[in-house]
Design a protein. Sequence first.
Length: 233
Amino acid sequence: MRGRSVRSRFYVGVAAFMSAIVLAGFWPTYFGPALRGEIARPWIIQLHGLVFVGWMVLLMAQVLLASRGQVRAHRKLGAWGIAYGSAVIVMGVIAGVAAPVMHLSAGEWTRDRAAGFLLITLGDMVLFGSLFAAAIAYRRRPEIHKRLMVAATVALLFAAVGRMSFIQSQLVSAVVWLSPMFVLMVYDWKHRGRVHPVCVIATAWLFVGALRALFVESEAWLPIGRAILSSLM
């Protein structure tokens, strides 16, 4: 029983840590201006932001319910969480396409910059969607499910870490982004004597997905991105 309590509190801490990353990353461009009443974003972008924040609130609610042993409530909320996770993907795709189109139409971005942005945002949704789908598939196996849920949320942190202008090194950015997974690995090593395979596989998948950042200006991607933009404008 004590071991279960420690594990539950640990995941509450991980969720709080990821929320802190979101807050730090988006404070200058979203949370700070919003509190000052200075935010002026198109409604679709603001809705996307609210849905994203809602996901973090849902995650915290779920780990708190689990930590208190309220399994029935956790599962009931989880059923709604599946629909909400789907909404995160839909809004992520819509906003991820709308933002570069709006910047391009306003003459603020070049076509190549807008095309490169598409690869980043759509890649986020592929990573989140794949890990979230796996978490749903393993929802009856808690030790796998909760690690996949952390990994899925880490996929969403890519944008927050990317906005941390005080981080100048790509290596440091990668470490900060994947830090929740590293924390999970250390915890497993300390309390289980080995790292859970799900942590290794999910972290490897996230890392592979992050490599797309190397191709945002490549001729392998730009024609595809330009074609998508042309079909929308």
